[in-house]
Design a protein around this ligand. Structure first.
Ligand SMILES: Cc1cc2nc3c(=O)[nH]c(=O)nc-3n(C[C@H](O)[C@H](O)[C@H](O)COP(=O)(O)OP(=O)(O)OC[C@H]3O[C@@H](n4cnc5c(N)ncnc54)[C@H](O)[C@@H]3O)c2cc1C
Length: 418
């Protein structure tokens, strides 16, 4: 017989959605068990953009000062370089938020931060190296999951199971949820290059047939070289010297350091971009949120933030039934999907528009590019840069924390340390 764990809420996946939801529910005194298949959160190029909307949530939770003590860079503006000219396209400095910038924080630091701060609540349980493999279904509802651990199989039985296991979600597949694939004409190759003194503007460069995004990370650029969907093998087969040349052609000022790329396997990571969403996010006893409900394009770097917003909305809605320790009635799960579907659809609509209207044509183009009229307009009238800043930095329907911190939910400091 597998070992059984009883919990109120079983969360499969310790990414931004799962850790934030687990943190908020445990803070409200609800028993939570988060299962994470990896031993740690150390995965590179996982997306490190923490937007003003997420920073605002940390402010509401009284955690902002602690969060900003983590090593980070701040991007108060975003720029685009087209045909050799640089245009500022988003200015976060006028947003009505506490932090008027995107914080660039390694995703593992964000997740460790939530894990460490969650540890003060006695009902916050995180099981690393534990991979959910199947659903337990009973009496017409999901009653938990089966999971693989280094010590054998376990069963986690819960009033509610939440699939936060990312865009290749096991739980959504096991539940048989239907996925609507919106398609994406691009994939991305991620790598790092050193920065030089005086360079700090996070920027996207659009050239004929190529796009390079450079995210300022202090002593290095986190670079995203955008390629046509499915062309990664071809680009790789052309070899590293050819790839270095491609990068230098888009951003000639980087040609003095592309030689630091010497090992494809270790230094260059492929992100296969997908954009999709579930038609229905829930069934009795189970709901999916974050990438498990909707994989986002990397455009705008909104994936983490949308996942965190889903978690906050889910916690706000689930707090009442889960505090009573009961399986939430379908109407609660319906409310979560209803609340978060609109931001998902609106954000994906914009992303697909940019993919198909700007990125796809730029990748196919053989001719020098010129800045389209809206970009020139943004460059000429800085006040307009607040609009893209709102869309990217705050997103559609930003959430706020309404869950309480329940007296008695906190574990005494001595216990946290042990
Ligand atoms: C290369 C890359 C770059 C990206 N860049 C950005 C960016 O710059 N900005 C941005 O905002 N977004 C970016 N994203 C997207 C962003 O990372 C995701 O949208 C966001 O992390 C989604 O959070 P999540 O918690 O829903 O899922 P995930 O972050 O995918 O987390 C899922 C977690 O579940 C675990 N897991 C999976 N299956 C199981 C299982 N069966 N059992 C237990 N655990 C499981 C995984 O190990 C993982 O820790 C990027 C994504 C990738 C892949």
């Amino acid at each position: 017989m597998p070992q059984t764990i009883e919990t109120t809420c079983c969360i499969s996946g310790g990414g931004p959605a799962g850790m934030m939801l687990g943190f908020l529910l445990a803070r409200a005194g609800i028993d939570v068990t988060v299962l994470e298949k990896h031993a740690d959160f150390l995965r590179d190029f996982r997306g490190d953009t923490v937007h003003p909307s997420t920073l605002q949530l940390f402010h509401e939770l009284g955690l902002l000062d602690a969060f900003l003590k983590l090593p980070h860079e701040e991007a108060p503006t975003l720029a685009g370089r087209i045909g050799g000219d640089v245009y500022r396209i988003a200015d976060f400095t006028r947003l009505p938020t506490r932090c008027k910038y995107i914080a660039l924080v390694p995703q593992w630091d964000l997740l460790d931060f939530l894990k460490e701060h969650g540890a003060q609540y006695p009902s916050f349980n995180v099981h690393m190296l534990t991979e959910a493999t199947d659903l337990v279904e009973e009496d017409g509802r999901v009653a938990g999951v089966r999971a693989k651990t280094p010590d054998g199989e376990i069963e986690v039985r819960a009033a509610l199971t939440v699939g936060c296991d990312g865009r290749s979600s096991t739980l959504r597949a096991r539940a048989g949820f239907k996925v609507k694939d919106l398609g994406a004409p691009l994939d991305v190759l991620w790598f790092r290059l050193p920065t030089r003194k005086g360079e700090d503007q996070t920027m996207g460069t659009f050239a004929a047939g190529a796009i390079l995004v450079q995210i300022f990370r202090g002593d290095y650029w986190q670079c995203a070289y955008v390629i046509a969907k499915g062309s990664a093998d071809k680009v790789r087969a052309e070899g590293l010297p050819s790839f270095r040349e491609r990068v230098s052609r888009v951003a000639p000022e980087l040609s003095d350091r592309v030689d630091t790329l010497t090992d494809w396997d270790k230094q260059i990571k492929l992100l296969t971009v997908s954009v999709d969403r579930l038609q229905q996010w829930w069934k009795p006893g189970l709901i999916c949120i974050g990438d498990a409900a909707h994989a986002m394009s990397p455009i705008g770097g909104v994936g983490i933030n949308l996942a965190v917003q889903d978690a906050v909305a889910a916690a706000n809605i689930l707090c009442e039934p889960l505090s009573a320790g009961v399986t939430p009635e379908p109407r609660y799960l319906q409310r979560i999907q209803k609340r978060r579907m609109w931001p998902t659809v609106a954000t994906q609509f914009i992303q697909v528009g940019v993919q198909n209207g700007v990125i796809g044509p730029a990748l196919k183009s053989g001719k020098p590019l010129h800045a389209p009229f809206p970009i020139r307009l943004l460059g000429a009238f800085p006040v307009l840069q607040g609009f893209p800043a709102r869309v990217v930095g705050l997103g559609v329907r930003p959430e706020h924390v309404h869950t309480p911190e329940r007296p008695g939910a906190a574990r005494p400091a001595a216990q946290i340390a042990s």
